[in-house]
Ligand binder design. Sequence first.
Ligand code: CA2
Length: 143
Amino acid sequence: MKPIYILNGPNLNRLGKREPEIYGTTTLAEVEAMCRDVAGAHPVAFHQTNSEERLIELVHEAIDEGAGIIINPAAFTFTSLALLDALKMFPGPIIELHISNIHRREPIYHRSYVSMVATSVMAGFGAAGYPIAVRAMLARLAA
Ligand code: CA2
């Protein structure tokens, strides 16, 4: 069974430790545990990186080995044509996920390149969005 890739971009390793009013108090390790719990027997490849190069390499790995991608690209959402180009090569479903509702925030957070290629987009559910995304991905992969 091919894994679901759950990819997290820059600064998300600090989740639960800074700006709890925006991002909540759940840590990324807790997010990973919630995702694995919901995925059950379905394999999960969970990664976080602060590097654009590494994030693109992980998308390439998912192209070769993954069933679906759930990605919170963080700031690369709004800047990275290279990430957009890599995601365009992925043949399966892509869920773009943001913890906060990016559309309620400053205008610089409103224009997502990733949304141009995402199958689905989620924002504003807090860390609870991750297990919701895993459920949605499992349902889509089973359909
Ligand atoms: O809401 C999200 O999930 C974001 O993708 C997070 C990004 C931000 O650039 C996007 O607009 C929305 C920033 C993540 C910053 O990482 C932090 C993590 C924990 C605490 C403080 C910052």
